[in-house]
Design a protein around this ligand. Structure first.
Ligand code: AMP
Ligand code: ZN
Length: 132
């Protein structure tokens, strides 16, 4: 059983901030910034891409509500909402979760950087990916 399933079953202590029948949210043990929180579906889905649509919709509503609350209570200046999906994207716990990372300063411990990479043929790319 994965570590988040153990938390959901109450087998591992955590600091719960919100819970209902579908979702639990608790403080991330690493606290990249103060108030760093994880929102997790109670049913095990590996990641964002495989999560059931209804669960995902509900989880994102909870995420919005909680992110507003966290920003309000911590007086953060901004917040990153993100979900690492797959090992290559930095996912380490293979149970879908959304990070709420309050931001206080551009130089705080959360570094998200978009570097320049090779130029893409946007027309070809778009026609390949476009959902018609
Ligand atoms: P990711 O790397 O996106 O899969 O994020 C996994 C997150 O889970 C990391 O930020 C960890 O700090 C966090 N984490 C791992 N174990 C626990 C735990 N027992 N309680 C709270 N957070 C945890
Ligand atoms: Zn799990």
């Amino acid at each position: 059983m994965c570590i988040f399933c153990k938390i959901i079953k109450g087998e591992i202590p955590n600091h719960t901030l919100y819970e209902d029948d579908q979702v639990i949210a608790f403080l991330d043990i690493s606290q990249v910034t103060k108030g760093h929180t994880l929102v997790v579906p109670k049913t095990h889905y590996d990641n964002f891409l495989t999560c059931d649509d209804e669960t995902l919709a509900h989880l994102m509503k909870v995420t919005k509500k909680l992110a507003n609350r966290i920003v309000d209570k911590t007086q953060a200046k901004g917040v990153n909402i993100l979900s690492n999906t797959g090992e290559h994207a930095g996912q380490t716990v293979m149970h879908f979760h959304v990070h709420i990372i309050p931001r206080y300063d551009e130089n705080d411990a959360c570094i998200i950087q978009f570097n320049q990479s090779e130029t893409q043929d946007l027309q070809t790319l778009a026609s390949n990916i476009k959902i018609k």
